[in-house]
Write a protein that binds this ligand. Structure first.
Ligand SMILES: [Zn+2]
Length: 321
């Protein structure tokens, strides 16, 4: 089995009770809810991509505006701010969407240029994709993006050193690690809590996706197919359990998950379930989350973390066979 070792250079203090080591004091008390939206077309989802080559993208129906508009309306209704990870490809074709998100006061971050599976890219290809994405976002009016999220959380242990490339490319935080078992992106042994790559407070800060730790396993709940398929009471319970472990609820969703568009492109029934199951429930779930949560953007959360002298620093990520 492939995993990776982490070498914590410095652990934070051990807080009492249910709060394990690391970044204890700033996060005690009310745990954040952070809404994040990966702004991409329906066909960028990797469940569809295997049926649709990139040279067909420009000929397919664009739905990104409809889903993004609905998301912005809900956020506006509850006067909440969110972080939008925008695909460079989408920013080039719909710069008005970037401007609309910015005008509403939300954070723009980066979701790659062409939605690659990162662990299939060479270092140079990954660097090129990052820089092309930054340029596309800058051209659309967002030159100062700080955050990055890999498509399908595909910064896996084998390419963990690519986090250094993100730092080189000007990103200040990353939200690409998902410490769960999954056939495409699972990395159950990665840290569950934020950490810095280096001692410097300016170092790239990693914010893993939230999980609830139960019986030695990490349980996901906060977005995508997990959020779509989970009944609302189950989501609330898992969120509460994770909060007791001092894990913020970073919700992630896509414009196409808020849409009622359900394309058939030759995918199997199982793939349809993964990509469309529970789709009708997403607008109501987002509405409920917004109505009962105090929200902040990822940038605001990261800025608070940077003040935490006890934040873990982890430098070594060796692949273990
Ligand atoms: Zn994506």
């Amino acid at each position: 089995m492939v995993g990776y070792e982490v070498s914590p250079v410095r652990f934070g203090r051990l807080a009492a009770g249910l709060i394990p080591a690391g970044n204890g004091f700033l996060l005690m008390g009310k745990v954040s809810t952070i809404i994040t939206i990966d702004v991409e077309e329906w066909f960028h989802g990797h469940n569809y991509l295997e049926h649709i080559p990139e040279n067909k993208w420009d000929h397919l129906e664009s739905r990104v505006r409809a889903g993004t508009d609905l998301c912005l309306e809900l956020l506006d209704r509850y006067e909440k701010k969110a972080t939008f990870f925008v695909l460079g490809w989408t920013a080039e074709r719909h710069p008005e969407v970037v401007r609309q998100i910015q005008a509403a006061g939300h954070e723009i971050a980066c979701h790659s240029y062409a939605h690659p599976v990162v662990f299939e890219l060479s270092e140079e290809q990954f660097r090129e994709d990052c820089l092309r994405a930054r340029q596309a976002l800058a051209d659309a009016g967002a030159p100062d993006v700080l955050g990055y999220r890999a498509p399908s959380f595909s910064i896996t242990p084998a390419v963990h050193h690519y986090l250094d490339i993100l730092q080189e490319c000007g990103f200040r935080y990353d939200c690409s690690l998902f410490p769960v078992r999954h056939p495409r992106y699972g990395q159950p042994h990665s840290p569950r809590r934020p950490f810095r790559l280096q001692e410097s407070k300016d170092s790239l800060l990693e914010v893993p996706m939230p999980t609830w730790r139960f019986l030695g396993q990490n349980v996901p709940f906060s977005g995508g197919g997990y959020l779509r398929i989970l009944p609302w009471p189950a989501f609330k319970l898992l969120r509460k359990f994770a909060e007791w472990q001092n894990i913020p609820c970073i919700v992630y969703l896509h414009p196409w998950e808020l849409d009622n568009y359900k394309p058939q492109v030759g995918q199997s029934a199982a793939t349809s379930l993964r990509s469309q199951g529970g789709q009708d429930s997403m607008p109501l779930k987002l509405d409920r989350i917004l109505s009962e949560s105090s929200c902040e953007t990822l940038q605001q959360y990261v800025n608070r973390l940077r003040l935490d002298d006890n934040l873990d620093v982890r430098k070594t990520f060796a692949v273990v066979k």
